[in-house]
Design a protein. Structure first.
Length: 367
């Protein structure tokens, strides 16, 4: 079945908000009390209840996050924003908003925490004598090109710092706004210092609008891949997350469309539903795809050892069981057929330098 046959319920009912992934705010798992939405039978005008986005300053003193996860291909990352206005209902980062005292639901989409000092902090960290050059990933948790970036420009300012230091960067986004920074990324890519990963979950515009209400359309993301490649910037496609029974039948078509646009490599992960996300995604399915909800949830459990989520290393991204294995086989076969080889554009950390500071070899030549 093609994704174009997925019938989205137009009037999703109580708790659904136009332009938002969810209208729910499930309890913060770290709080003792909770608040539940209650429908009293009265319909309110949409304009009266439509929530606005709030920007909250983050006075963090460090900017580079480090991880030692055995199933992540990177060690260092930067997320200039916490929370994401794209509102993707499936986003694994939603539960992380609980650490800030917010809900993983609507508050994740409307309470956006930003780091105004990120560029200055980054320059300070890169200048430290003990800094070990590494590829820095932008957008490992939330999208660095979400709508507020048009105004605040933190991601561009971070790229300017990374370019001055010749520190390689890999970007993960589902926004065509990345093309705005093609000038910086193009110069870095010419030296093997930049790569962009575009996330494409479906080619069905209606399904994308329901799942990812404020993200770029699938067509614009494909156009972004083409624009990046034309500017000399290596682009990869992330066919993720694959949701059993909902978009997994599109896997090969997504990869084919991305390859045709110029993508040189591809990645894919299975849907993850940690913590509050299971409740939110189940509610979304029941509102927008009620006839399919039970089947989708059943297939997810088949690929997650009977649960909606699997937090174990090595299986959390790919799932387990026959259904997940078949999906991996399909992905591998398509990647091979389309020539989407991830090893073709590795980034170079050997060119790192601190502006104004002599390289070790240059220092030795002075004596």
């Amino acid at each position: 079945m093609s994704a174009s046959r997925v019938q989205i319920k137009r009037e999703a009912g109580f708790g659904a908000l136009k332009g938002r992934g969810t209208g729910l705010n499930p309890a913060n798992r770290f709080e003792a009390s909770r608040r539940d939405a209650f429908h009293d039978g009265w319909d309110q005008a949409e304009e009266a209840v439509r929530p606005q986005t709030s920007l909250i300053r983050d006075a963090t003193r460090s900017i580079i996050a480090r991880n030692d996860s055995p199933d992540l291909s990177f060690e260092t990352s930067i997320n200039p924003y916490r929370g994401c206005e794209h509102g993707c209902i499936y986003c694994f980062a939603r539960p992380s908003h609980a650490y800030l005292g917010f809900s993983a639901g609507l508050e994740f989409e409307t309470n956006i925490v930003f780091k105004p000092d990120a560029p200055k902090l980054l320059e300070k960290e890169l200048s430290r004598p003990g800094y070990k050059p590494n590829v820095i990933v932008l957008g490992s948790n939330t999208d660095p090109y979400q709508p507020v970036e048009r105004t605040l420009g933190l991601t561009r300012a971070i790229l300017e710092v990374l370019e001055r230091f010749n520190n390689p960067v890999a970007i993960v986004t589902k926004s065509a706004l990345v093309l705005r920074d093609a000038d910086i990324l193009g110069r870095m890519a010419a030296k093997g210092l930049a790569k962009v990963h575009l996330s494409i979950t479906t080619l069905d515009a209606d399904l994308a609008r329901a799942m990812e209400p404020r993200a770029a359309s699938p067509a614009r993301r494909l156009a972004a891949i083409a624009g990046l490649v034309q500017a000399g910037i290596p682009a990869a496609v992330m066919a993720s997350p694959m949701i059993p029974g909902l978009n997994d039948m599109e896997l090969e078509r997504i990869l084919e469309a991305a390859a045709a646009a110029g993508a040189g490599s591809a990645y894919s992960i299975m849907l993850r539903l940690p913590h509050e996300l299971g409740e939110l995604f189940t509610d979304w399915l029941n509102k927008f795809l009620p006839e399919r909800a039970g089947h989708v949830l059943s297939l997810i459990r088949q690929a997650r050892a009977g649960a909606l989520n699997d937090a174990q290393f090595h299986s959390r991204f790919q799932g387990s069981g026959p259904y997940a294995q078949l999906l991996r086989q399909r992905f591998s076969a398509a990647v091979k057929r389309l020539g989407l080889d991830e090893a073709s554009s590795r980034l170079d950390i050997s060119q790192f330098r601190v502006p104004g500071r002599a390289l070790p070899s240059q220092q030795m030549s002075l004596f």
